[in-house]
Design a binder for this molecule. Structure first.
Ligand code: HEC
Ligand code: HEC
Length: 317
């Protein structure tokens, strides 16, 4: 299959993806996925993941009792919120667009910029405790309320069984550990691209999207130079590979800041795009790249049909 594909660059990219070792698969469906890294002090278990999922969507973790992680990372919106920038529990506006949590487990850095956040456990403290802007407004009072909920007492005691009293186990630290174990399991739905690449289902990609694939992996457009690996993102890390995050400035809206290349998985569902949701559509994103003179973004112009092809390819991810 690979040898019949059009360009050498494309072949190199696909060969890399195809040779990703198959050990550590999480489910038979995703045999190609390496196991994400997890901190030694937070080994995953099915019960911990289930507790984390419950906490993720529990509004009792917010100041107003109406907001949860899932208010911004909405599962039915592919863990985004459809807004340009996020709005917190008390109505504060965030400066950034809510990213999807698909494959966050693999990101070498978390958040759009280099925020110094390299583990989910550290990241989760930000939305819980951030005061400017307030995202959830978690507090010691809310912690005490959670500690009084019998079902949480039982669940935390079971999941964190090496600790002694229930007040000792229902801590902010353990809340964060459970949520992180859950977030580590969030994966994009199996896409047309996955079926094409990993199951050799040639017919799931139209000719148009195959032409778009060649454009995506070409040196002319260089999309894959920054959006790489099975995650179509900046550097990832996993149990077989630790890596260093990389940030680029693509000068969206004249911005002079550098950002991590976000995943393009499920990208057709997660508009608006870019760090502050400046670009409403994939058409606008492509137009941005065509008119960008940023470092590492080559100068190129697409024909109308090439633009449609590239979008058709992005829609398979
Ligand atoms: C007010 C909306 C909002 C809430 C509530 C919220 N988030 Fe986020 N989340 C965001 C935004 C916005 C970003 C990007 C922040 C940045 O880069 O500055 C983000 C980034 C993240 C990231 C980094 C993703 C990546 O791959 O880079 C993770 C992980 C995450 N949030 C998990 C959570 C968890 C867990 C909770 C609940 C404890 C939560 N979020 C609550 C809006 C929210
Ligand atoms: C120099 C590295 C680089 C190159 C080359 C590059 N990107 Fe990006 N891409 C980024 C960065 C960084 C961002 C986030 C920029 C921001 O938010 O300001 C991004 C954002 C995006 C987004 C929005 C994702 C989201 O969730 O908001 C899409 C879609 C996208 N790129 C597609 C492409 C396509 C298609 C190409 C090829 C035409 C391409 N990129 C080339 C680095 C790159």
């Amino acid at each position: 299959m690979v040898t019949s594909l059009p360009s050498v660059a494309l072949c190199a990219a696909l060969c890399f993806l195809l040779t990703t070792p198959f050990a550590h698969s999480q489910s038979p469906e995703r045999a190609w996925l390496p196991k994400p890294l997890e901190p030694k002090n937070n080994p995953s278990s099915a019960e911990k993941v289930a507790l984390g999922a419950r906490l993720f969507s529990d509004p009792a973790l917010s100041q107003t009792g109406t907001y949860s992680c899932a208010s911004c990372h909405q599962p039915d919106k592919h863990f985004t919120d459809g807004r340009k920038v996020a709005i917190g529990a008390t109505g504060d506006s965030h400066t950034r667009n809510t990213p999807t949590l698909y494959n966050s487990a693999y990101n070498a850095s978390l958040g759009w910029e280099d925020l110094g956040l390299y583990s989910l456990e550290t990241q989760h403290l930000i939305p819980l405790l951030n005061q400017d802007p307030v995202e959830m407004g978690f507090s010691t009072e809310l912690l005490a309320k959670l500690q009084a909920v019998p079902s949480y007492q039982t669940d935390f005691a079971r999941v964190f069984s090496d600790e002694t009293t229930s007040a000792g186990v229902l801590t902010l630290n353990n809340i964060v550990m459970a949520i992180a174990s859950y977030v580590r399991t969030i994966r994009p739905p199996l896409s047309a691209w996955d079926k094409y690449l990993y199951y050799d289902k040639q017919s799931v990609l139209s000719d148009e999207s195959k032409a778009g694939m060649s454009l995506f992996f070409s040196d002319r457009l260089a999309c894959s130079h920054c959006h790489g690996s099975f995650n179509f993102s900046g550097p990832i890390q996993h149990a077989r590979e630790e890596t260093t995050p990389v940030f680029h400035n693509t000068e969206v809206d004249g911005s002079s800041l550098s950002f991590r290349a976000p995943t393009l998985r499920a990208i057709r569902h997660t508009a608006p795009y870019m760090h502050a949701g400046q670009l409403p559509t994939l058409q606008a994103v492509i137009h941005h790249y065509e008119s960008s003179s940023a470092e590492r973004v080559p100068e190129f112009q697409l024909t109308e049909s090439e633009r449609a092809e590239l979008i058709a390819f992005l829609e398979t991810l």
